[in-house]
Design a protein around this ligand. Structure first.
Ligand SMILES: CC(C)(COP(=O)(O)OP(=O)(O)OC[C@H]1O[C@@H](n2cnc3c(N)ncnc32)[C@H](O)[C@@H]1OP(=O)(O)O)[C@@H](O)C(=O)NCCC(=O)NCCS
Length: 276
């Protein structure tokens, strides 16, 4: 666990680590989740270019999602690089979209030595962060009904066969999981949905159907992090992944090279830890 010195009205972070002990991977992916309630209503933590970007957005939902994503990513970057968690320091961090839409990180207009991936859905955002050069993607999906064409249009024959084998009660979770792992991979490729989702194949492991009965492994208030492995492939490129899910949400992360089990960063309110 690492803690930063608390500044007035600031927050400190703790990192709940977990080495998976199985893969032999040594690269770590950290991740931070934030909700709407945690985002400052001010804009002093955005850089001028970001403020201009925000002002140009006409749709309220898009503005709110974007703010939440930027808030989460900036805090993840600051915590990762041990920067102060103050508005001025956050404003020096820019999450700049590349032409593809993929997020790049700049600090004081210089490329920062980190890779990030962002996802936001239904008032929650997740930012995954890893050393520069890591191919990284994360995706949060809601477990919800999908139309019949969804499976045929977006899933490979092997994935469709898996879906057909899954008992009805687990099926929506499996669909969300497969889709999330595909989107994570499309983000790690920095292409997004400009690629055909069927060009990415998701492998949930040797005993996938049994493994899928592990719903409710993602309990936001619990300090215990339960992750399960997966892998994905795009052409000859292999990505190593992790998944966690509950009844409502699925979260996946993929990387190349392989990472240990993702390490959650939690924001701990300064007020919750008053100085002695
Ligand atoms: C990436 C994509 C698959 C994510 O879709 P989603 O599940 O609806 O949304 P999520 O909340 O999970 O992810 C959104 C984030 O993905 C990231 N993202 C967008 N495009 C990305 C790309 N090509 N590669 C990696 N990450 C990307 C962004 O950080 C985005 O958040 P932001 O716009 O607030 O910065 C989809 O938005 C997409 O394919 N976008 C790119 C396609 C495109 O036409 N881009 C045009 C240039 S902007």
């Amino acid at each position: 666990m690492s803690r930063q010195e608390a500044a007035p009205d600031a927050v400190v972070f703790e990192r709940k680590g977990a080495s998976d002990g199985q893969s032999g991977a040594t690269m770590h992916v950290h991740w931070l989740e934030q909700t709407f309630a945690e985002v400052s209503p001010d804009t002093d933590w955005l850089c001028p270019a970001e403020r201009a970007q925000l002002e140009a957005m006409r749709i309220a939902k898009r503005r709110e999602d974007w703010r939440l994503g930027r808030w989460t990513a900036k805090h993840a970057v600051a915590a990762h690089l041990d920067l102060p968690l103050l508005p001025s320091a956050l404003a020096a961090i820019e999450i700049r979209p590349a032409a593809s839409g993929a997020p790049d990180v700049f600090i004081d207009d210089r490329a920062a030595l980190v890779s990030v991936s962002l996802t936001h859905r239904d008032g929650r955002a997740v930012c995954a962060i890893a050393p520069a050069g890591t191919r990284l993607g994360c995706d949060l999906e809601v477990v919800e009904p999908r139309c019949r064409a969804f499976v045929a249009d977006y899933f490979t024959p092997a994935e469709q066969e898996l879906v057909a084998r899954v008992p009805g009660a687990e099926r929506l979770g499996v669909l969300a999981l497969l889709w999330s792992a595909k989107e994570s991979t499309l983000k790690a490729l920095r292409e997004g949905l400009r690629l055909d989702p069927r060009s990415v194949e998701v492998n949930l492991g040797e005993d996938a159907v049994a493994a899928l009965a592990v719903n409710r492994s993602r309990v936001p208030s619990s300090p215990v992090e339960v992750w399960h492995k997966l892998s994905t492939r795009f052409q000859q490129q292999l990505f190593y992944g992790w998944r966690q899910c509950d009844d409502e949400f699925v979260l996946t992360m993929v990387s190349a090279p392989e990472s240990t089990q993702p390490v959650r960063m939690r924001m701990v309110s300064h007020l919750a830890n008053p100085p002695a």
